[in-house]
Write a protein that binds this ligand. Structure first.
Ligand code: AMP
Length: 425
């Protein structure tokens, strides 16, 4: 098969690494890719917002399957356009991608199908939203309806903070003026990934991530500073509940609506005292969660992608390593605020020699034989181990070998899980 992968981050590097390991693959292209992906795939300078150009490329190169990494092209309907052109694409249609593209859509679906989630109201103007906030009292969570690259959610501890968040969302034209105000849930967060072919959900694995930029889960939110899989809180019983109470009813509802969900569905869950509740859906693999999932996946990924597309998951199965996988994000100093691009990164080959370690590139650029930083999140130093502590030690051993004065990382990725392991021992 010839496969075209769309995207340029650590998620796509991990997918490329796993896809090229498949004996089914003849050529793997990636648009636009990065310096790490270039070691696995033929990177092509295609503008992926130009669906016609993507279609023309697929025809020219006899691409059998397009795998879409990020959410923006999905929400923009690239899968619909590719399918209409007679091409196969892995990922949900534009309508099905509403599960991530509109928080209000997902909340209404939960309400209509009794799917456990935070109580909420939708608003299209600031004043009624503020009146609701005053009536409910804090804490509350204020969310912009549409895609906001992680900037559209404010957990407000006071009514004043919630009102300020409403003004911020309504004032930023690119966030639109649709918003959701919802109940603040307490518990432990976990991510649960499934493949769905429109009818059948095939559970993949669970993960937990660290969104805050500083050690101890302090400081501003980021796209994710590290992750590990599996999530200890997702016991077999909790996973079964998440599947039965949240994921399967969603897949049934999407089918009933005439928008069957095909692709990977990522449920962001809060494990509350009453059980799992949905915080949000994402319609793609998480980044950096994908990196730890791909390390743990023993089976060939490509047949699973094809079976998802073809509606054949009912008879499909995947095998996983029991090992824990953990990834540490190395970011450019200043991230998630302003940062410089172009600094030199050295020592990657020595770092990759640490047993069990795999380094995925999130934002790099090749310059001759050199690797330069080219984004906020730049590297995902990932490792497999028998325990979280073991995987964590390996990842940090590799990081010690990386010479990048302009980069930084958190030093405590996986700390809750390591603490759990120490308490058990
Ligand atoms: P989201 O973009 O919806 O995943 O929200 C980003 C983060 O905000 C989540 O990972 C949670 O940490 C937090 N969050 C969102 N909704 C809630 C909620 N209803 N209760 C508590 N925390 C929330």
């Amino acid at each position: 098969m010839n496969i075209l992968l769309l995207g340029s981050g650590g998620r796509e590097h991990a997918l490329a690494w796993k896809i090229t390991a498949s004996p089914l693959v003849e050529r793997l292209f990636c648009a636009p890719g990065n310096a790490g992906i270039a070691q696995e795939a033929e990177c092509v300078a295609l503008d992926i917002t130009d669906h016609r150009a993507v279609i023309a490329f697929c025809r020219e190169k006899h691409v059998d399957l397009v795998v879409v990494g990020p959410e923006a092209p999905l929400v923009a309907g690239i899968v619909d356009d590719l399918e209409a052109a007679g091409l196969k694409a892995f990922g949900p249609s534009r309508t099905a991608a509403q599960l991530e593209g509109s928080k209000g859509f997902t909340k209404d679906l939960c309400r209509a199908h009794n799917i456990p989630t935070a109580a909420y109201e939708r608003f299209t103007a600031a004043e009624p939203a503020k009146a609701y906030v005053r009536a409910r009292g804090a804490p509350l969570v204020v969310k912009a309806d549409g895609l906001a690259a992680g900037k559209g959610v404010v957990v407000a501890a006071t009514v004043a903070e919630a009102e300020a968040a409403i003004d911020m969302i309504c004032g930023e034209s690119q966030l639109g003026s649709e918003l959701v105000v919802e109940e603040f849930l307490t518990g432990e967060e976990a991510s649960f990934f499934v493949l769905s072919d429109g009818e059948t959900a095939l559970p993949l694995a669970t993960a937990q991530d660290h969104k805050r930029v500083l050690d101890g889960d302090q400081g501003p939110n980021t796209g994710g500073m590290g992750a590990y899989s599996p999530a200890p809180v997702m016991t077999p019983q909790m996973t079964a509940r998440a599947l039965d109470e949240i994921v399967r009813p969603t897949i049934r509802a999407m089918k009933q609506m005439g928008a069957p969900y095909r692709g990977v569905l990522y449920a962001g869950l809060m494990i509350t005292a009453e059980g799992p509740k949905l915080i949000e859906y994402n319609v793609r693999f998480g980044d950096p969660e994908c990196q730890v999932l791909m390390l743990r996946l023993m089976s060939d990924l490509v047949p699973a992608l094809v079976a998802t597309h073809d509606g054949m998951l009912r008879t499909f199965d995947l095998r996983w390593y029991d090992d824990v996988a953990l990834t540490v994000v190395m970011a450019a100093k200043g991230y998630p605020g302003a940062y410089q691009k172009g600094s030199l990164i050295e020592g990657l080959d020595e770092a990759a020699q640490v047993d069990g370690v795999e380094i995925f590139h999130a934002g790099t650029r090749a310059d001759g034989g050199r690797v330069l930083a080219n984004g906020g999140r730049v590297l995902n130093v990932s490792a497999l181990g028998k325990t979280v502590g073991d995987a964590q030690a390996r990842a940090y051993r590799a990081i010690e070998r990386i010479r990048w004065p302009d980069g930084f990382c958190r030093r405590d990725i996986g700390w809750q899980a390591v603490k759990r392991e120490q308490e058990k021992a």
